[in-house]
Design a protein around this ligand. Sequence first.
Ligand SMILES: Nc1ncnc2c1ncn2[C@@H]1O[C@H](COP(=O)(O)OP(=O)(O)OP(=O)(O)O)[C@@H](O)[C@H]1O
Length: 520
Amino acid sequence: MNMIDQFNMRDHFVSLCNLVNQTRLDGVLVQSGELIANMTGGRIALIYLLDATGRNLVLSGGYAHGFSTWAPGSLVHPLQGGGGSPVCPLTQVAFTGKTLCLDNGMAGYDISPVTKAIDGLSLPTHMAVLPLARANADFLGVAVVLADGAIAPWLDRSVTRQILRAVSSSIETRQVVAGQENEKAMLEKSLARAEGDRMSLRRRVTGRLSKRLIGRSRPMQILREKVAHLAGKTGPVMILGDDGVGKEKVARAMHEHSIQSSAPFVYVNCASLSADIFAPELFGHKRGAIKGVASARKGLLRKAGNGVLYLDGIDRLCGPSQEMLLRLLETRQYRPLGSERDMELSARIIVSARSDLSVRAQEGAFLPGLYYRLRETTVTVPSLGECREDIGDIVHAVLAGIEREEKRHLKLHPTAFAFLSQRPFAGDRRELEGLTRLAASDAEDGTMLTVAHFQAVDAAAMPENASSPGVLPLPEAMAMFEQDLITRALAQTDGNRTTAAQMLGVPKRTLADKCKKYGL
Ligand SMILES: Nc1ncnc2c1ncn2[C@@H]1O[C@H](COP(=O)(O)OP(=O)(O)OP(=O)(O)O)[C@@H](O)[C@H]1O
């Protein structure tokens, strides 16, 4: 019985199943090597695949009979066109696409790519190079079979061709999957990098925002995060809040931290926009379109360009103007008066309104459609009453501004701080800012601002005596002040307690105890 007759179909069927079940390219290559060696009576099989450039064959897998873990040396074999002497059998098959069987000896052939690959194993006497092809018949690579007897009889069988096709197709499929997995991994990596960049950018923006939207309270932190997030978007935004909470400040901060920050920020007070001037003011008009106005006008939307048109107090817009604004937001187009052509809206629309806008919309006092359109992206600015811990920060920011501009260094007395902490501010942050400026207006450089400084400019709104019972118990007031000072010192020293303790003139141990007490 010759070798071919001993060919065991059952074994090959099992090997084929193993091949198909491989989930990784390296596993497919080892199984393919084994199958090819067995079906051609080979002792060694090597698989070279065309690389992505299409100019090199890369030794990608191999099998040696009797070695369960044998791996060929790594090898990149450049394909050289136009032949050469001596002929490289791998190159020849790559160019002709035809099987090359060297049963009559290898003389005259450059078999160095093969001898390098099997370094350490004895070189068999017979060699065959079989082309591997993709499903679309493109060249995929070659399988090199090395045997100690004639290979030709094994090659001329239909099962050999079928197995070669199965091998090629398995390799191709795994290559595609490996390529996709590679792409997916790279995509995931770059997404993770982009997300990391986005987060660190957001953190930086939030950090910078804390110099503008002052306050350490949790509601202010949340507000800054939201502003940083919306600064990266372009759609309309509605900012809600009571008078003086800082709505315009929020709008400006959002614009300053956006990609269009160099474009204009155009402020419009809606209270001053009556129905007849809303359209000409915003959309502009052609020459002669308005009776008594000789020249043409650009309109505020064009003036804003790619920047921001800030409509302050849209709750004070009249009905027809609300309709026009809704249409502008829906169509993103407008037509200057007297023009035949629509213009594209390029500015970002940011509007502000008092917090009760939803009630007004429900009552029919504000166009519900416009309310619902704007409600999609709402920022609610917390009132100072919700952020009492921010009072010290705002006062210190005002005093720091005075020092910068007027070179007057002023400090805040603990009782004044306690007094402000419990005082109502109907006019919100604007009132606090204004009151601090007033109290500081006549103070000389080096002055410690006391309750008296504030009361002197604020008699009407103030309780008669800040230290009177019912105002705020002194221990509580002192604790608030102490906590404020410690937080400030830690912020200035980047959390370094040793330096902060030195700044505050207390032992490090005392500072540690107080940090524990206040949860700092
Ligand atoms: N977070 C803040 N930190 C420091 N100052 C603030 C803050 N928010 C607002 N202010 C100050 O309060 C004042 C009022 O701010 P802004 O004009 O933005 O309020 P508004 O809500 O738009 O007011 P209005 O309701 O009158 O339109 C400004 O002088 C501003 O500097």
